[in-house]
Design a protein around this ligand. Structure first.
Ligand code: HAS
Length: 549
C-alpha cells in the first residue's frame, strides 16, 4: 500500500498503544486497590482510576486499532485511498483524537468518574460528554471515508462481489453507525443539556436503555475485526483458502441484524421495562450467538482441512500439523480458545434467570476480560506482530518473535488467574465496581476470599503478570516501529497475510446492504418502539443525579 495510507494507519496505532500503556497501568493499580495492597493518594479516586482504565482500553485502544487495521486492509484489497477519502480519514482521526483528549482530561481532573458505561444517574462535567460526542463524530467521518472508498470500487467493478475483507469492513461500519444512533441520542438530548444545567433532571431509565442499545453492539464492533482475522488471516497462515465465502458473509450479516435489538439483556433487573420485552430481547440474544457458532464451525473446518492436507491422520491428527511456531498463528489460536469459556459465560449471562445470580458481580468483570480482554485483544496482538513491520517496511527478527511468544504466554497465564478468580468471586456474590474490597471485614465477604483461586492474592498475581506482559508488548511495538531492520528487498518484507476466498457460488443478495439495513431497522423497531415509548410516557419524575465532580 502507498506511503500516505501507511502513515495514516501508523498514527492510529500510535494512539492505540499509548492508550494501552496508560490503561494497563491503571489496571495494575485496580487489582492492588481491590486487595487492599494499595491506598490511593487523596487526589486520586478509585472510580476515577476505574473510569480511565475502561475508557482507555475498551473504547480508545480498540477503536484506534480497529481503524488502523481497516485502513491498511482496505487500501491493500481495494487499492490506495484517493486524496478525498484520505483527507476525510485524517479529519476523522483529528476529531476522534480531540474528543479523546477532552474526555481523558475530564477524567484526569476528577470531573468524570462515571465509568466507561457513563449512564445516569451518575453525572460528569458536560465537557466529558462533548468529548464523547466528538469521539463518535470522528469515527463516523472515518467510517464514511471507508464506505466512500468501497462505493467507488463498486462503481468500477459493477456486478462483482467485493473482496471479503472489504465486505466485512463495511458490515462492521454499518453495525457501528446503527449502534451509535442510541448513544448519540442520549448524549445530545439528555446528557449534555442536563450536565450543563440547561435542564434540572434526566430520565434515568431512558438513558440506560439508549446506552445499552449502543452498548451491546459495541462489543461486536470490537469482536468483528478479530473475526476478520479469524476468517481471513488464519487460513492463510495454515495454508488453506477461506472455508466458505458465503458462510463468512452470512455470519457478518447476522451480526448486523441481531446484535442491536438485544440491549435489554444488560437491564434484566432494571425496573420500568416489562418482562415481555426483556424476554423478547433475550430470545434475540440467542440469535446473535448463532454467527459465533458458525464461526467456530468454520474454524474447525479450516484447521482440519489444513491438517489433512499436511498428512494429519485420525480424529485429532490435524491438531499437530498446525503452525505452532508461528507467533502470529499461536496468539490468535489462544485468543479463540479463550472465547470458548468467554462465549459460554455470555450465554449464561443472557439466560434470564441465571442473570439474576451474576448481574453486578465480579463474574461480569471476569466475562469481559475473557471476551474483549483476551479473544479480541490477543487477536489484535497477533495482528500487531505483522501489521507494524508491514507498515514500516521492516522484517521481523527471531528475537522479537521469541519475545512475542513470552508476551502472549504471560498474557494468557495472567488472564487465566485473574479472570478465574473474578468468575468464582462473582458466583459467591462479590459485587463489581466497589472500592470496599473486604466490605468492612464482613464475615461473609471474608469467606469469599478463602478459596484456593478466589483468594486476595490470585487476582493480584494475575494482574501483575498481565502488566508485565503489556509492557513487553509496548517494547515490541516500539521496537517494531523504529528499530527492526529495514527489509532489503520487497520479498524480504513482512507480508499482509490474507487468504483466497472463492466467491463464485456466493449469492449476490448477500451484498444487498439496503435489504439488511432495512431488516435490521425493522427488528429494532419491534424490540424497542413500545418499551421506549413506555419509558417516555410513564417516566417517574426525572432524577437530579449524582454529581461525580
Ligand atoms: Fe458479553 C456483559 C452476553 C459476547 C463483552 N459483555 C458484557 C460486558 C462486556 C461484554 C464488556 O446477556 C459488561 C458490560 C458492563 O460493563 O456492564 N456476551 C453475551 C453473549 C455473548 C457475549 C450472549 N460480550 C461478548 C463479547 C464481548 C462481550 C464478544 C466483547 C468483545 N454479556 C452478555 C450479557 C451481559 C454481558 C447478558 C450482561 C451481564 C450483566 O448482567 O451485567 C455472545 O456473543 C457469545 C457467543 C460466543 C460463542 C463462542 C464461540 C466460540 C468461538 C471460538 C472457537 C474456538 C476455536 C479454537 C476454533 C458461542 C468462535 C478451538 C481450540 C481448541 C483447542 C478446542
Amino acid at each position: 500500500i502507498c506511503k500516505q495510507d501507511r502513515k495514516l494507519a501508523i498514527y492510529h496505532i500510535l494512539i492505540a498503544y499509548l492508550a494501552f500503556l496508560i490503561g494497563t497501568f491503571l489496571g495494575l493499580l485496580q487489582v492492588f486497590i481491590r486487595n487492599d495492597g494499595l491506598e490511593l493518594p487523596k487526589w486520586l479516586d478509585y472510580y476515577q482510576v476505574l473510569t480511565a482504565h475502561g475508557v482507555l482500553l475498551a473504547l480508545v485502544f480498540t477503536t484506534y486499532f480497529i481503524f488502523a487495521f481497516f485502513i491498511t486492509g482496505m487500501s491493500k484489497t481495494l487499492g490506495d485511498f484517493g486524496p478525498k477519502a484520505r483527507l476525510v480519514l485524517w479529519l476523522g482521526f483529528l476529531v476522534t483524537t480531540i474528543g479523546t483528549v477532552i474526555a481523558t482530561f475530564m477524567i484526569i481532573i476528577g470531573e468524570a468518574s462515571v465509568l466507561y458505561t457513563f449512564y445516569a444517574p451518575l453525572q460528569a462535567n458536560g465537557w466529558y460528554y462533548v468529548g464523547l460526542a466528538l469521539f463518535i463524530v470522528g469515527t463516523w467521518l472515518s467510517g464514511f471515508a471507508l464506505v466512500g472508498h468501497y462505493v467507488s470500487w463498486k462503481k468500477s467493478n459493477r456486478k462483482q462481489l467485493s473482496p471479503l475483507f472489504a465486505f466485512m469492513t463495511i458490515s462492521t461500519i454499518i453495525l457501528w453507525k446503527i449502534a451509535c444512533l442510541g448513544v448519540v441520542a442520549t448524549v445530545l438530548f439528555q446528557f449534555i443539556p442536563w450536565a450543563f444545567g440547561w435542564v434540572d433532571t434526566i430520565n434515568v431509565e431512558l438513558s440506560r436503555s439508549l446506552f445499552w442499545y449502543f452498548g451491546h453492539p459495541l462489543v461486536y464492533f470490537w469482536l468483528l475485526p478479530a473475526y476478520m482475522a479469524w476468517y481471513l488471516v488464519i487460513p492463510k497462515l495454515v495454508g488453506v483458502e477461506v472455508f466458505s465465502d458465503s458462510l463468512a458473509r452470512l455470519a457478518f450479516i447476522l451480526f448486523i441484524l441481531f446484535s442491536i435489538p438485544v440491549g435489554f439483556h444488560h437491564q434484566l433487573v432494571d425496573p420500568g421495562i416489562s418482562s415481555f420485552w426483556k424476554f423478547l430481547q433475550t430470545s434475540l440474544t440467542f440469535m446473535v450467538i448463532i454467527p459465533s457458532l458458525m464461526t467456530a464451525f468454520s474454524l474447525f473446518g479450516t484447521f482440519e482441512r489444513s491438517g489433512r492436507r499436511k498428512g494429519g491422520r485420525g480424529l485429532f491428527g490435524w491438531f499437530f500439523k498446525l503452525p505452532w511456531k508461528d507467533v502470529r498463528f499461536t496468539s490468535i489460536f489462544i485468543a479463540m480458545f479463550f472465547f470458548i469459556p468467554g462465549g459460554a459465560g455470555g450465554i449464561i449471562n443472557a439466560s434470564f434467570q441465571l442473570n439474576e445470580l451474576i448481574h453486578n458481580t465480579l463474574w461480569v468483570v471476569g466475562h469481559f476480560h475473557i471476551t474483549v480482554g483476551t479473544p479480541v485483544t490477543m487477536t489484535f496482538m497477533g495482528i500487531t506482530f505483522w501489521l507494524i513491520p508491514y507498515l514500516t517496511g521492516r522484517k521481523l527478527t527471531k528475537t522479537i518473535q521469541k519475545l512475542a511468544f513470552i508476551q502472549i504466554i504471560t498474557w494468557s497465564i495472567g488472564m487465566v488467574l485473574m479472570s478465574t478468580a473474578q468468575h468464582i468471586l462473582g458466583l459467591l456474590g462479590a459485587p463489581r465496581r466497589t472500592a470496599y474490597s473486604a466490605y468492612n471485614n464482613h464475615p461473609t465477604a471474608m469467606e469469599w476470599f478463602n478459596g484456593l483461586i478466589s483468594n486476595h492474592i490470585t487476582m493480584a498475581i494475575g494482574g501483575t503478570i498481565l502488566f508485565f506482559s503489556a509492557m513487553l508488548l509496548i517494547f515490541i511495538v516500539i521496537y517494531s516501529l523504529f528499530l527492526l531492520p529495514k527489509a532489503d528487498s520487497l520479498g524480504d518484507r513482512v507480508e499482509f497475510p490474507i487468504a483466497m476466498s472463492d466467491n463464485k457460488d456466493t449469492p449476490k443478495f448477500l451484498e444487498n446492504w439496503w435489504l439488511w439495513i432495512g431488516i435490521s431497522f425493522a427488528l429494532i423497531a419491534i424490540a424497542y418502539t413500545i418499551p421506549l415509548m413506555d419509558l417516555i410516557q410513564h417516566a417517574p419524575p426525572g432524577s437530579k443525579g449524582f454529581k461525580m465532580w
